[in-house]
Design a protein around this ligand. Structure first.
Ligand SMILES: [Zn+2]
Length: 268
C-alpha cells in the first residue's frame, strides 16, 4: 500500500469535537487551505457548528467511516451551511454521500492538501472503511484504544483480518477512534491478560487523563500492539485465556478473536 503523504504526521492538525455521551468527531485542518477543516464522522451537527464558529473555520469536506447514525447523523444539517463533498463507503444506508471510496482506493482532496488511502475493514459493519494518510488513521468503530468495535455485521474471521491490517500500519501512526472507550476497554484487557505490564502502565496514564477530563486519543499503533487484546490474538497468554473461557482448546487467531469478542460483549 502506498501513501504519498506530502506532510509529516506531526504537522497534521487534528482536534476532537465531543458528541453524544462518548463520541469523537475529528476535525482535520486542511494543510493547503488555512481556515478550512474536514470533519470525520459528524454524528451530530451542533457541536461541530459550535467549534466552527468558535475557531472561525469553515467546513470543506466530510469523511464517513460507516453508516451508523452516531457517525452520519449530523451531515444533512451541516450541508445546510454550504455544500461540501461527503466521502464514504459504498452503502445504500449512506444516501447523503457524494463520493464513494472503497478498499485500496485513494481519497484525494488536492485543493485541501489531503490524501488518504482507504482500507476496507469489515466487521463492525460490512461496508466499514478507514482513512489512512499523513501518519494518521481514522478508523471509526473498528479499532478502539485497547479494544475494538462490536461485531454487528461481520464474522470473527473478517474482523480479525481487518484489525490485522490496521496492526500492520507503521508503528508511529496516530490512531483516531470514534469513541472514548479506553478505560473500560483496559478493564477487559487486563481481565483477559492480567500480566500485561504495558496495559497496566497504560491504565494509570488513562486514569490520569480521564480524571482531568482529557481525551485518551489519539493512540498509536505501536501502543495498541502492546495493550490491545484484539491485536494480540496470537499471543500465548491470550490463546490460553480464550481456551479457558471457551472450555476447549482455541488455536487459530481468528478463533481466539471470536472468543475474546464474545467475552467482552458480556463483560461488566
Ligand atoms: Zn458504529
Amino acid at each position: 500500500m502506498s501513501n504519498q503523504s506530502t506532510l509529516p504526521a506531526a504537522a497534521l492538525g487534528v482536534r476532537p469535537v465531543r458528541a453524544f455521551a462518548d463520541n469523537y468527531i475529528w476535525l482535520i485542518d486542511a494543510p493547503s487551505e488555512p481556515g478550512s477543516v474536514v470533519a470525520v464522522d459528524p454524528g451530530e451537527a451542533a457541536p461541530v457548528e459550535a467549534e466552527l464558529d468558535r475557531s472561525g473555520t469553515r467546513l470543506a469536506a466530510i469523511l464517513l467511516t460507516h453508516h451508523h447514525p452516531d457517525h452520519i447523523g449530523g451531515v444533512t444539517r451541516l450541508l445546510e451551511r454550504g455544500r461540501v463533498p461527503v466521502i464514504g463507503p459504498d452503502d445504500a444506508r449512506i444516501p447523503i454521500r457524494t463520493r464513494t471510496v472503497g478498499d485500496r482506493e485513494r481519497c484525494e482532496l488536492p485543493e485541501l492538501g489531503l490524501a488518504f488511502d482507504i482500507l476496507g475493514v469489515p466487521g463492525h459493519t460490512l461496508s466499514h472503511i478507514a482513512f489512512w494518510g499523513h501518519g494518521a488513521l481514522f478508523c471509526g468503530d473498528t479499532l478502539f484504544s485497547a479494544g475494538c468495535g462490536r461485531m454487528f455485521e461481520g464474522t470473527p474471521v473478517q474482523m480479525n483480518a481487518s484489525l490485522s491490517r490496521l496492526k500492520s500500519l507503521p508503528a508511529e501512526t496516530a490512531v483516531y477512534c470514534g469513541h472514548e472507550y479506553t478505560a473500560a476497554n483496559l478493564k477487559f484487557a487486563l481481565a483477559a491478560e492480567p500480566d500485561n505490564r504495558a496495559a497496566r502502565d497504560y491504565q494509570a496514564r488513562v486514569a490520569a487523563l480521564r480524571g482531568a477530563d482529557a481525551p485518551t486519543l489519539p493512540s498509536r499503533i505501536d501502543l495498541e500492539r502492546q495493550v490491545n487484546p484484539f491485536l494480540r490474538c496470537d499471543e500465548p497468554a491470550l490463546r490460553a485465556a480464550a481456551s479457558a473461557r471457551a472450555g476447549r482448546p482455541v488455536e487459530a487467531a481468528a478463533e481466539v478473536f471470536g472468543v475474546l469478542r464474545a467475552w467482552k460483549d458480556q463483560f461488566r
